[in-house]
Write a protein that binds this ligand. Structure first.
Ligand code: GLA
Length: 410
């Protein structure tokens, strides 16, 4: 009897956990932070300050430039949107100068255009930028977000004790659920715990959050992107098993189209993020984006890899010197044999493309009938390659060659 009660409680616990049915594939959208930071100077920089007009501009671009129709459907604020004081009822309120219509109206603007509205808050007393945090107001703030029509909440972890997060993040998740409004829940819980030497409780994180940050903030440079790629590769045995439909690792925003990445490096970020089953959250000025970068962000084949329904995060399966190979199992699957996306990455910087030969069986691609291989950036079809066959690619410095290896159907 006792055992039955316990089993029952465990099951109830699981149902009460996240289970919001959201983010079955990695979220896609636009997020303000990396590109627009905490620019609140609307007087001198009205075009770029964090305001309702910036968010509306981005929403308009998402629709008119075709991002929404490719799956990028969340438009999200980050830090620095609130007023410094709560209102007389203790509720969060946006800065009145920068968001004169209020956030309910901004959410409506998104919804009218088939987009979702994302917001940022912080579990602690203050956000990282020094605006009011949710501590002491969890229930009120969850309800306020629901009342505004928020669809996606990023909850940061500045100005909080990481030890409290094992209780605090699930508690806020419960309040979100209790509002009855489905909201994607993006957590920063593990990264703050790891940084303070606490081993995260992954079981609880997976049950609570739709995605979570587990490493440093991305910055506008290749060294930052490469550092994240290396961290994910070096720690993949701990990181990869946690990902799956409804719960994803978040290596941070796409910075493609900004100032710091070359064309090759931008293709690399998109390819590795696709294979890592990472959220695709663009942080870029969509009003001012060169065509070649837009083409990378809008590459349908890579988006399909990222959004693959198997929901398996890829791995670095080979590394020697500057050469790496990353694979991700994807559909179609034939009699248990999966297709794959393969990224060959050259982390070298010696100026000359590297010639890299791939033998599928040595990467675990052993389907006897072989694979039809297509380059996902150039569309070049390399024909059928058997497991013990080989292909040689020319891979540019800090660049990639990305191919899809599709099981040949009999
Ligand atoms: C932290 C987060 C970033 C961003 C800033 C905002 O550093 O990791 O993604 O939200 O706070 O202040």
């Amino acid at each position: 009897m006792k055992v039955q009660v316990l089993v029952c409680m465990v099951m109830v616990g699981m149902v009460a956990a996240l289970d919001n049915g959201l983010a079955r594939t990695p979220p896609m959208g636009w997020l303000a932070w990396e590109r627009f930071r905490c620019n609140i100077d609307c007087e001198n920089d009205p075009h770029n300050c964090i305001s309702e007009s910036l968010l509306k501009n981005m929403a308009d671009m998402m629709v008119s430039e075709g991002y929404r129709d490719l799956g990028y459907n969340v438009v999200s604020l980050d830090d620095c949107w609130p007023a410094h004081e709560r209102d007389q009822d203790g509720k969060l309120q946006p800065d009145p100068q920068r968001f004169p219509s209020g956030l309910g109206a901004l959410a409506d603007y998104m919804h009218e255009r088939g987009l979702k509205f994302g917001i940022y808050e912080d579990y602690g007393t203050l956000t990282c930028g020094g605006y009011p945090g949710i501590l002491g107001h969890l229930e009120t703030d969850a309800q306020t977000f629901a009342d505004w029509g928020v669809d996606y909440v990023k909850l940061d972890g500045c100005n909080a004790d990481p030890k409290d997060m094992d209780e605090g993040y699930p508690s806020f998740g419960d309040y979100l659920n209790k509002t009855g409004r489905p909201m994607v829940y993006s957590c920063s819980w593990p990264v703050y715990q790891q940084d303070s030497g606490i081993t995260p409780n992954w079981t609880s994180i997976i049950e609570t959050c739709n995605l979570w940050r587990n490493y440093n903030d991305i910055q506008d440079s290749w060294s930052s992107v490469a550092n994240i790629i290396n961290h994910y590769g070096d720690n993949q045995d701990k990181i990869v098993p946690n990902a799956g439909p409804g719960h994803w690792n978040d290596p941070d925003m796409l910075i493609i189209g900004n100032f710091g990445l070359s064309y090759e490096q931008s293709k690399t970020q998109m390819a590795i993020w696709a294979v890592m089953a990472a959220p695709l959250l663009m942080s870029v000025d969509l009003r001012d984006l060169r065509e070649e970068y837009k083409a990378i962000l809008q590459n349908k084949a890579l988006i399909a890899v990222n959004q693959d329904e198997l929901g398996i995060q890829g791995r670095r399966v080979y590394k020697a010197g500057h050469t790496e190979m990353w694979t991700r199992p994807i559909t179609p699957v034939h009699e248990g044999n999966r297709s794959y996306a393969l990224v060959v990455l050259n982390q070298g910087s010696d100026g000359t493309p590297a010639m890299v030969t791939v033998k599928p069986s040595s990467l675990g691609l052993t389907y006897p009938a072989g694979y039809e291989v297509v380059d996902l950036y150039t569309n070049v079809n390399h024909g059928t390659v058997l497991p013990d066959g080989q292909l040689t690619f020319s891979v540019n410095p800090s660049g990639v060659v990305v191919t899809k290896w599709q099981v040949v159907m009999p």
